[in-house]
Design a protein around this ligand. Structure first.
Ligand code: NAP
Length: 499
């Protein structure tokens, strides 16, 4: 029987939901050592949500000790690969079976529409765990060419204890991007989710143990960045930090690694991705790609297409089409409304920051075409309507800074050369796109764009088989694909001489 998801359905499901806010260490829920907690405020209506453990270095020490013990004992990494695969596939199935619950936890924390949480975030989280689970019994080591009297095995071995620090915009998906390859490779993980979005991570950990993952292989410690994230990144017994978040904090993480045990670091950071539209493009397709690329998830997407570079001759026509698509297709609403395509921003302070950036942009002369205003304030939640600024130049703050809200900066250009120069004139290099019917130009342009992912006549296509990550100050290291496994491993050479 198919469920009809109405607002009443989710309201009544919410009343029966347990909000578990304790850490998950060594297979068990635990209060913070200090006993302290903090309250998460729900972005959908500004009301108090879950109580979460306010963790500190002592909690990180306990989680790292448990992760190290699990790794050293070999309880996971030495298990038969077929059995490890079965456990990860069971975990993925449990995530699917608890999809509605996980979707609700995610929406309560981050304010996105619950149907997006269910159909996108939960689905991709489960798919990610499954993708890496399936890989476990298909990974081979190497034998290097040597003389006849010797053999050199080149083994790919797990690093040990991985500290994962994740952001709040797609919590479950990004957690799976780290957990899948790190755990499939045989490591143990201590995850510090963003303080705004811990509930789904805690539930993922208890489901992992239910699926058969040994205690200690996956631990979750909640709390603030300075209080829990920093001690994890500084920890002398953590072998690597896999970080997704802002460039500003990414810089700190590199410093912590250098100050402590020179642990490895992989950084997935911010973006200000250009979407370039030439006058020969299919403008309807481009308008839809721009609107969804920039406004999906209320613009809280690292690779959002926040800079539209448009050939001057079609700027007005394209903006009119973007406005039409936005108003007809991208409904903003309460996250429990089935019609809502986008919901609330993550928290009041972030909404104020976005509004402040919009005001500063207008002071610099940014011209508003539509939207980009606070709306639904009567709900107590934090909502901004999708909006576009036109006739911008690439040196204006709205065109340079990562806003992380539903705000598009449209910058006109005249020639292909100018478009490429403007597209690459940013500190970031996460993603970009080009829309044109001239395939020669499309390929020339995609070669010239300095970004980890480039789309031609589309935006935001992705799957697990493709690596994702950035150039320049968007970071280094790649999530997704078979290559992500390499990030969590190192090579070990074993020589043997015969005779
Ligand atoms: P953030 O402020 O950098 O926080 C990310 C994580 O780092 C959070 O868990 C945070 O904890 C923690 N943290 C903060 N200060 C820390 C410190 N001193 N030491 C250790 N950890 C610390 O980023 P955000 O606001 O959550 O997320 C938005 C950013 O993530 C954007 O810049 C976006 O572009 C980027 N992002 C990038 C990708 C990608 O794949 N490239 C994907 C998604 C998001 P608290 O929450 O407690 O502060």
């Amino acid at each position: 029987m198919t469920t009809t998801y109405t607002r009443d359905y989710w309201e009544s499901a919410l009343s029966g939901l347990t909000l578990e806010g304790r850490n998950f260490i060594d297979g068990h829920h635990r209060d913070a050592v200090s006993g302290e907690t903090f309250t998460r405020i729900r972005p959908m209506d500004g009301r108090p949500g879950a109580q979460l453990a306010r963790s500190s270095a002592a909690d990180i020490d306990a989680a790292v000790a448990s992760a190290r013990h699990a790794f050293a004992s070999g309880v996971w990494r030495h298990k038969d690969p077929a059995e490890k695969k079965r456990i990860m596939l069971r975990w993925a199935e449990l995530i699917r079976a608890h999809g509605e619950e996980l979707a609700m936890l995610e929406t309560l924390d981050v304010g996105k529409p619950v149907l997006a949480s269910l159909n996108v975030d939960v689905r991709l989280c489960a798919d990610g765990i499954q993708y890496y689970g399936e890989m476990i019994d298909k990974l081979y080591d190497e034998i290097a060419p040597t003389g006849p009297n010797a053999r050199a095995l080149v083994r790919k071995v797990p690093l040990g204890v991985i500290g994962a620090i994740t952001p709040w915009n797609y919590p479950m998906i990004i957690d799976a991007w780290k957990l899948g390859p790190a755990i499939a490779a045989g490591n143990s993980v201590v995850l510090k989710p963003a303080e705004q979005s811990s509930l789904s991570a805690i539930r993922l950990a208890s489901l992992a143990v239910e699926a058969g993952l040994p205690a200690g292989v996956f631990n979750v410690v909640t709390g603030h960045g300075e209080e829990a994230g920093k001690p994890l990144a500084l920890h002398m017994d953590v072998d690597m930090i896999a970080f997704t978040g802002s460039t500003e904090v990414g810089r700190l993480i590199m410093g912590y690694a250098a100050q402590s045990n020179v642990k490895r670091v992989a950084l997935e950071l911010g973006g200000k991705s250009p979407l370039v539209v030439f006058e020969d493009a299919d403008l309807d397709a481009a308008a839809s790609a721009v609107a969804w690329g920039c406004f999906y998830n209320s613009g809280e997407t690292c690779h959002a297409s926040t800079r539209l570079l448009v050939q001057r001759s079609v700027q007005d026509r394209l903006i009119a089409k973007i406005e039409a698509v936005t108003k007809s297709d991208i409904a903003l609403g309460h996250p429990f409304e089935p019609s809502a395509q986008i919901g609330a921003l993550i928290e009041e302070a972030h909404m104020e920051k976005v509004l402040g950036m919009i005001a500063a942009g207008e002071k610099e002369g940014a011209k508003r075409a539509f939207g980009a205003e606070q709306v639904m304030s009567e709900t107590g939640g934090y909502y901004i309507s999708p909006g576009v600024f036109v006739d911008m130049t690439n040196d204006m703050s709205l065109a340079r800074q990562e806003i992380f809200g539903p705000v598009l900066a449209a910058i006109p250009f005249d020639t292909e050369e100018e478009a490429l120069r403007l597209a690459n004139d940013t500190i970031y290099g996460l993603a970009g796109a080009v829309f044109t019917t001239d395939m020669g130009r499309a390929h020339r342009f995609s070669e010239g764009l300095h970004a980890g992912t480039v789309w031609i006549n589309t935006y935001d296509m992705s799957n697990f088989a493709t690596p994702f990550g950035g150039f320049k100050q968007s970071g280094f290291g790649r999530d997704r694909s078979v290559h992500a496994i390499d990030k969590y491993c190192d090579y070990k050479t074993i020589w043997q001489q015969f005779g």
